[in-house]
Design a protein around this ligand. Structure first.
Ligand code: SF4
Length: 190
């Protein structure tokens, strides 16, 4: 497993997160399904990474009630826009519902994060990564009329469609929300 991934797992554990590294999407899916085994309701944080590992289809097939962006649920699944190699998780939202659900409400939160989201620098580099690599393609995917959707570059815009309104970073898991990170040694999402 890549050294950057191993260091990130150590950083997460030091901060009190549960953390596990896997080599493939298939292994990540297996862990997600184990996590969901006892859950009736599963929150869905609008994640391309989770779609790419096949989690949405597998959860639906196993009869789970999938709730999009709600806060009361047994398990909330999501990815991150970036993570530092010492384990700080960064997410940027327009509405804030994904971030809100990852802080308080669900009984348990599980992230699936691909290696492409890990940055070797600190928090500012993680935020920069989110603005550079995640927000522009998300704006295009969601058909938002923002400068980055056209140019691929953040202009710190005042567009009504701006999706970067709330930036949350997690030094440690929130007090009442047990949080696990599945770090995958493959690229996932953006
Ligand atoms: S601030 Fe505006 S231009 Fe910059 S990434 Fe966010 S939506 Fe795109």
């Amino acid at each position: 497993m890549d050294d950057l991934i191993l260091r990130t797992i150590e950083g997460l554990k030091r901060r009190g997160f549960e953390a596990v590294g896997v080599a493939t999407k298939a292994e990540a899916l297996k862990i997600v399904m184990n996590e969901a085994e006892g859950a009736q309701s599963v929150g869905w944080g609008g994640s391309e990474s989770l779609k790419e590992i096949g989690a949405r289809d597998a959860l639906a097939k196993s009869g789970k009630e999938i709730r999009d962006h709600q806060t009361e649920m047994d398990l909330f699944l999501l990815s991150a826009n970036a993570i530092t190699s010492d384990g700080v998780i960064v997410n940027i939202d327009g509405t804030g519902n994904r971030v809100a659900a990852s802080i308080y409400g669900p009984k348990r939160v599980v992230y699936v994060i691909g290696r492409n989201k890990v940055v070797n620098g600190g928090l500012l580099e993680a935020i920069a990564r989110a603005k550079r690599c995640a927000c522009p393609p998300n704006c295009r995917r969601l058909a938002k009329k923002t400068p980055c959707a056209e140019t691929g570059i953040c202009a710190d815009c005042d567009s009504p469609d701006r999706i970067c309104k709330v930036t949350a970073f997690f030094d440690q898991p929130p007090r009442h929300t047990p949080t696990k990170v599945i770090l995958v040694d493959e690229d996932l999402g953006y």
